[in-house]
Design a protein around this ligand. Sequence first.
Ligand SMILES: N[C@@H](CCC(=O)N[C@@H](CS)C(=O)NCC(=O)O)C(=O)O
Length: 280
Amino acid sequence: MAEEKYTPPEVWEWDNQSGGKFTNINRPISGATHEKDLPRGKHPLQLYSLGTPNGMKVTVLLEELLALGHEGAEYDAFLINIGEGDQFGSGFVAVNPNSKIPALLDVSTNPVTRVFESGAIMVYLAEKFGELLPTEASARAECMSWLFWQMGSAPYLGGGFGHFYAYAPEKFEYPINRFAMEVKRQLDVLDKNLESRRYLCGDDYNISDIAVSTWYGTLVLKNLYNATKFLDVASYKNVTRWAKEIADRPAFKRGVRVNRAPSGPDDKAIIERHDSSDLD
Ligand SMILES: N[C@@H](CCC(=O)N[C@@H](CS)C(=O)NCC(=O)O)C(=O)O
């Protein structure tokens, strides 16, 4: 029997039974669904997050800053369970009106500073501590270019490819083709850039390497979306070499363990982080 073709109605309507992994949490409206204050810990920085690639960007950067000796980068990391709708609690929405992790409060400033969007959080922290973001104009522009490249590109990898290849209720050829093509093009952009450079911007590691590696490094090293073979990630040799070097950094290894449940007996992941010793 021929499959019935979808014809969009004149006016879109919310069908919350559309299936797929995120059916229960996706909504076409913003704002809080329930009253819930956020917890507060003892440190200058309060992070509300989850150990996804977007969340890891911030915990890796914080661990790098601590490794560089910045005590002011001490942080409490609270878990926001997006599958349970924690991102729609009133306290979280006050920190991020967009209801997505990660979100940061800097309680060492007066007034307290809220920051949302992982890229904005990274720039805020790098500027606050004067690290991992070049100050010379052209080097800074290159770093910002790769950071913004990541912020613009990753939704094609996660929301596009990952969604249709791994999470959609059925496999649809059209979106899988479209987003696989785009993700492979992005991997090729990275691979060509890393042909002549040790890090994304040249000889020095900076926040753009952290941001890009939590996504594309995870894709090439950790079988993100179970797509290692499908996307032939091994053919991007420069990306793999760069991702391995970053994944070997002690601060990176610490940061990627925060705000998630262990995936097996060898995984030393921690749900919340309130002290450096939690990761020792
Ligand atoms: N552009 C945002 C994206 C953040 C984002 O998509 N976070 C996801 C988890 S990785 C989330 O919180 N999803 C919950 C939801 O969509 O309700 C950033 O980089 O901070």
